[in-house]
Design a protein around this ligand. Sequence first.
Ligand SMILES: NC(=O)C1=CN([C@@H]2O[C@H](COP(=O)(O)OP(=O)(O)OC[C@H]3O[C@@H](n4cnc5c(N)ncnc54)[C@H](O)[C@@H]3O)[C@@H](O)[C@H]2O)C=CC1
Ligand SMILES: O=C(O)/C=C/C=C(\O)C(=O)O
Length: 481
Amino acid sequence: MTVIGAAGRLYIDGAWRGGQGAMRDVVNPATGKVVTTVPDATPAEVDAAVDAARRAFDSGAWSGLSGRERSRVLYRAAALIQEHAEELAQLETTDTGKPIQFSRMVDVGNTVTHFEYYAGLAYSIDGATRQTGMPALAYTVREPIGVVAAVTPFNFPMILSTSKIAPALAAGNTVVHKPAEDTPLTALRIAELLTEAGLPPGVLNVVTGGGPVGESLVRHPGVDKVAFTGSTAVGRRIASAAAETLKPVTVELGGKSAQIVFADADLDAAGQAAVSGFVFNTGQFCMGGTRLLVQRPVYDEMVTRVVGGAVHVPVGDPLSPETVVGPMAGQRHLDKVRGYVELAASEGATIAAGGGRVDTLDGYYFAPTVITDVDQGSRLVQEEIFGPVVTVQPFDTEQEAIAMANGTSFGLAAGLHTRDVARAHRVAGKLKAGMVWVNTWGMLDVTVPFGGYKQSGYGREYGPEGLHEYTQTKSVLLPLT
Ligand SMILES: NC(=O)C1=CN([C@@H]2O[C@H](COP(=O)(O)OP(=O)(O)OC[C@H]3O[C@@H](n4cnc5c(N)ncnc54)[C@H](O)[C@@H]3O)[C@@H](O)[C@H]2O)C=CC1
Ligand SMILES: O=C(O)/C=C/C=C(\O)C(=O)O
């Protein structure tokens, strides 16, 4: 693994540099063993990264290229990532504990697709001409914003950084990326691969470290735009820090998404969606279907199906191709999930499946857990647990289901299962969420925008909307008299 050979350095101005700060262990969550160490960037190193990005932006070496010239580099980047797919998948699994089948198919697969998609869109970063009320030529152009700070979390390290870096670069910006402290490895390797693809020095820089490094980056006067995915608490803090200097911000935050199962649904399909909806990525998925709302006539049957599914999910070594649920990303994540399940027991809820650490495995494994007999007001229903845990609640009427689904502070995703087409559209229209799935769960595509309603954030990633977040509009008027 090349990146491990570069241990102890940061990626600044197209080369390995710096590394004067305290060193931090990177731990394989499946074994608890240290894989390598990475430095916490010092304030001087954050300055150096932002200065490199600023010089690269101002030089026009990237921002001054045409969209189609940038596109060629991004297509080469996609091809190089594909060439190194197995290396990157192994690195992602070692770093996060993610089952290798998903690292290959979802994480590397979508990373390649993001670079290809935004390489294509770089051809069409167009403005418009406008009819004015006077004899004048009026047109708009969409320009890059400048230096982008991308701060990303541990759960999908490659995808959630690429969903910022690819559109930001396509639009002509330069980037300083701060990956999660737990999972920095693929970010460093991808920066190296992008240089190999022809990205000029300084256009993409990576500084590693924890929250204080992220905060100094976000507050840096040389940064023009901030893009963040992570917890709502940190998102709020970032938005308020950025507001002091009026930097535009995109924040994709937590979720507590409800899957509604109506009595007329295809229960086989709903049962499968219910299980995969809460165990995918070991429950460390912002759009996890973590609240199951089931209409009373089929409630008992759905609970039986979900419990049956949960206990049969293959949990184990993430490097085994059969594994569906690997370890949690680290001790603190495991402790957080365990705390919520203890709370469930203390509130008198029923733990219908799972409920604890998998003792037969080393590493940070938590068994897929199903909780019933829980109140809408409980913290188990209201807060993001971020582990393989689902609550199941009964409902009687459509109105009640909608009120329960909308009854948290989050609004990232929601879904419903029914055979009634009119009801599907009626309910979809009433759910307060940026993404609604009907008779499925978790389908994402690079062309389809996603982002939050309410406390799940603002701005959109993916799709043309994801590109627009990295441009600003200039209007040009020229009298024709
Ligand atoms: N929406 C989502 O996909 C995610 C939600 N979460 C939620 O957050 C919980 C905690 O996970 P964490 O990894 O601790 O998330 P976090 O929100 O603390 O960290 C995400 C990123 O922000 C950085 N960061 C932390 N404090 C910062 C600050 N003050 N200024 C700038 N950057 C800062 C971190 O170093 C990391 O790179 C999870 O259990 C989950 O509930 C976490 C990650 C992703
Ligand atoms: O695009 C994907 O496959 C996964 C995206 C995951 C998130 O957006 C998240 O958990 O924050």
